[in-house]
Each structure stands twice: as structure tokens, then as C-alpha cells.
Design a protein around this ligand. Structure first.
Ligand SMILES: [Zn+2]
Length: 418
């Protein structure tokens, strides 16, 4: 059984690396010709620079990924895993404390391994291409703050779950699910006021000439509640983006201040219209409902498998602690998740297209969004030549060249749809 599992892991890993290689190869061999919409924005020099940027990112990703595979093999498939389990069991008494230690120490080790990569990414790679704007002090402060916030959330979520498991051995799957569902809803409301301000400063759009356009767009889109804010992303990085978040009364669209610098007003409004599209199509709400259904099913399945006593045998072991079995199970789930990736990516691309269509209907044309996206690709040195299979499996947004062409030809759907 252990060999079978090892084989399966290596198979998935090989598939992942093969996809990376395919994508890299495709970019290097692609005929770098772009449609007319890109003319004057992205020249051959830009393309060369974005190639170099993508290659540098690929290389770093490969090293990080290889290290991860090596550590996983070492941890799970040698005697290290049961040894660690016994070590933690000897460190503290009690089910909850044991579980917290088991996961806490592993997470801490993972974070420590990630530190050099984070430093290299920000201060070497991103700096070389002119993106990094972070001082070492800010990086350190960010890291410490996320450690603190992450630690508190971890203690709360893991501690609470373990307590529920101990308190209701026959029905914990339902309780744990309810606890997580409640917490994620709670955080959705709380994070914008409690956690995000620890790292970023949000403020109303500092472009008074935009105000009328924004207000008009909001009322045309039929969005009353909610805010349009800008965030001081430029303190950390030159990359630009926009996103929407929240449900109910805490809905908001956030535009990076870098985006405000880079785009014309009509392009900004088109980006905003796209984000409003996500609101009006209820994308976050649907996402929440779907993930809660999946979570409920996963909780029950985990309960069933943990009770069956079947898990330690997967690694040829006779016994493992509850925490160790949960870890093994979540590792299996992430492995199987690879096969789910194309489905969720497809779903996400479908939603992006809906939001694009909403923007076309609202603004009257896709041209402004298209030219805005081209500028973003130029400023962010985006890869314009991904492999179609790579796009199908991993891309949450349609590939840019196809998306721009689609937007340029976009037609209003007649306003009957929202
Ligand atoms: Zn979107």
C-alpha cells in the first residue's frame, strides 16, 4: 500500500513538473506576434523583459517545488513521520495540546523554510525587475504581524476543532463543520476592519475627477451598499490589481493605488465595472455556498475514514495519533485536489467572462477594459504566451490575448440580463 501511495504521489508530481516544462517551452518557442490591440503598448523589448521575468520566476518556483517534494518524501516515506508523532506525544499530555503541538511545530518549520524564499523573491527577483518597493524593515514587520495573526487564528481554529472532536466523538464532523462555517463568515466580516488594516491602508479614491464616474457606474449597476476604496499597495510592490470582497453590508471593491497611477480614467471605470459584475452575479456568495457544501462532505468523509482505522495502514504503520491521521488525510486531499484544479479553474474563468460581459453591458463597449488590461500586462510583465493546456488547468482568468480579443469584439447582451 505504501508503495502504491508513493507511486501515486510521484505520478502527480511528474504531471505537475511536466506541465511547468510544457509552459516554459511554449513561451520560449512561441511566435511572439500580438494582435493590433497590443500595438504601441507592448514592444519586443517589453516582451523580452517579461520573458526574463517569467523565466526567473519559473526557476525560483522550481527550486521551491523540488525542495517541497524532497521534504515530503523524506517526512512521509521514511520513518520520520511516526517518529515525529511519538516525539510530540511524549512532549505534552492531553488530546488538544498534543494536536496543537503536532500541527504548530510542523507549520513553524514550514514557515522557517519559506523565509529565505520570501527574502529572495522580494529583494532579489522582484527588485531586479523594479517591482519591489519594500524595505527590509517593512518585510520583517509584515512577517512578524502575519505570524502573530496566523498564530492566533491557528490556535482558535485548531484548538476549537480538537475540543469539539473530544467533546462529541460520535458527531464531531457536524460540529466542526459548523464551527468552521461560522468562523469563515465571521472573518469575512471582521477581516476588513480587524486584520487587513494591520497591513494596508484603505482610503476613498484619491481622484476627485473620478468621483462622478464612479457614482454613476454604481447606480447604473444597481449597487447601493458597499464601498470603492484604494489601497496603498505601492508601499510594497509596483504590481497593480483590483479585487472585490465581502457580502451583505461589507461589500467593497478595492483598487491598488498603482492601478490608479497606470490607467486612464475610462479604463479604471471599466475595471471597476468588471468588479461590480462579480458583485451583481453573486460570485462570492455562490463560492461560499459551494465551499460549505464541499466542507460538509469533507468533514463527514474525514470522520468516517478516521473512525475506520484504515489510514495508518496506508503508510504500513499500525498506529498513528489522531493529529497525524488528520495530516495524512489532508495531504491525500491536496494530492487528489490536483485533479479538481481544472474544474475550479474552468469555473473561475467562466465567472471572469461573466464579469467581463457585465462590464461591456455597463460601459457600452469592451474596448476600455481591453486597453486597461493590456496596460496592466505591460506594467506587470505578464506572460502573454502560456501553453493552452496550462491555461486550462491552472488559469483563474482567461489567457490575456484571447480575453482582449474577446473584449474588443464584445457585444452588449441587450440589458435583459443583469
Ligand atoms: Zn474578475
Amino acid at each position: 500500500m505504501k508503495l502504491l501511495l508513493l507511486g501515486f504521489y510521484l505520478l502527480v508530481t511528474t504531471a505537475r513538473f511536466a506541465l511547468d516544462w510544457l509552459n516554459l517551452h511554449h513561451r520560449q518557442r512561441a511566435e511572439k506576434t500580438l494582435p493590433a490591440a497590443f500595438a504601441g503598448q507592448i514592444d519586443s523589448e517589453r516582451l523580452e523583459k517579461s520573458d526574463a521575468y517569467a523565466l526567473a520566476g519559473d526557476k525560483l518556483g522550481l527550486v521551491e517545488d523540488l525542495l517541497g517534494v524532497l521534504l515530503t518524501l523524506l517526512f512521509l516515506f521514511t520513518g520520520l513521520f511516526p517518529w515525529y508523532d511519538r516525539l510530540v506525544a511524549g512532549m505534552a499530555e492531553g488530546f488538544i495540546l498534543n494536536g496543537l503541538l503536532f500541527f504548530g511545530l510542523l507549520t513553524l518549520a514550514q514557515l522557517l523554510i519559506g523565509v529565505p524564499f520570501s527574502l529572495y523573491r522580494n529583494f532579489v527577483l522582484e527588485a531586479r525587475f523594479g517591482f519591489n518597493r519594500m524595505s527590509f524593515k517593512l518585510w520583517l514587520l509584515d512577517t512578524l504581524k502575519s505570524l502573530l495573526v496566523g498564530g492566533i487564528l491557528f490556535a482558535l481554529l485548531a484548538g476549537g476543532s480538537l475540543w469539539l472532536v473530544a467533546a462529541a466523538p460520535q458527531s464531531w464532523w457536524l460540529w466542526v463543520w459548523g464551527f468552521w462555517a461560522g468562523m469563515s463568515l465571521f472573518l469575512l466580516y471582521l477581516s476588513p476592519v480587524l486584520i487587513e488594516p494591520l497591513f494596508f491602508k484603505f482610503s476613498p479614491l484619491a481622484k476627485p475627477e473620478l468621483e462622478d464616474g464612479v457614482r454613476e457606474l454604481l447606480s447604473k449597476a444597481g449597487v447601493q451598499a458597499g464601498k470603492v476604496l484604494q489601497v496603498d499597495a505601492s508601499k510594497r510592490s509596483g504590481h497593480s490589481n483590483a479585487y472585490f470582497t465581502g457580502i451583505g453590508k461589507v461589500k467593497r471593491v478595492v483598487l491598488f493605488d498603482t492601478l490608479l497611477e497606470q490607467l486612464e480614467d475610462n479604463e479604471l471605470l471599466a475595471v471597476l465595472a468588471h468588479e461590480l459584475g462579480h458583485w451583481r452575479c453573486g460570485h462570492l456568495r455562490n463560492q461560499l455556498i459551494k465551499s460549505q457544501i464541499v466542507a460538509l462532505a469533507s468533514c463527514w468523509l474525514a470522520f468516517y475514514l478516521l473512525n475506520s482505522g484504515w489510514l495508518p495502514g496506508l503508510l504500513g504503520l499500525s498506529q498513528l495519533s489522531f493529529a497525524a491521521q488528520v495530516l495524512l488525510l489532508s495531504w491525500l486531499a491536496s494530492l487528489l485536489g490536483f485533479f479538481w484544479t481544472p474544474v475550479s479553474s474552468w469555473w473561475s474563468r467562466r465567472q471572469e467572462r461573466q464579469a467581463d460581459q457585465f462590464a461591456i453591458d455597463l460601459v457600452g463597449s469592451g474596448k476600455q477594459l481591453a486597453s486597461g488590461l493590456v496596460k496592466l500586462a505591460r506594467e506587470n510583465l505578464s506572460n502573454l504566451f502560456p501553453h493552452p493546456l496550462y491555461v486550462a488547468i491552472y488559469y483563474s482568468h482567461p489567457a490575456l490575448v484571447a480575453r482582449v480579443l474577446w473584449l474588443e469584439q464584445g457585444k452588449k447582451t441587450g440589458g435583459s440580463k443583469k
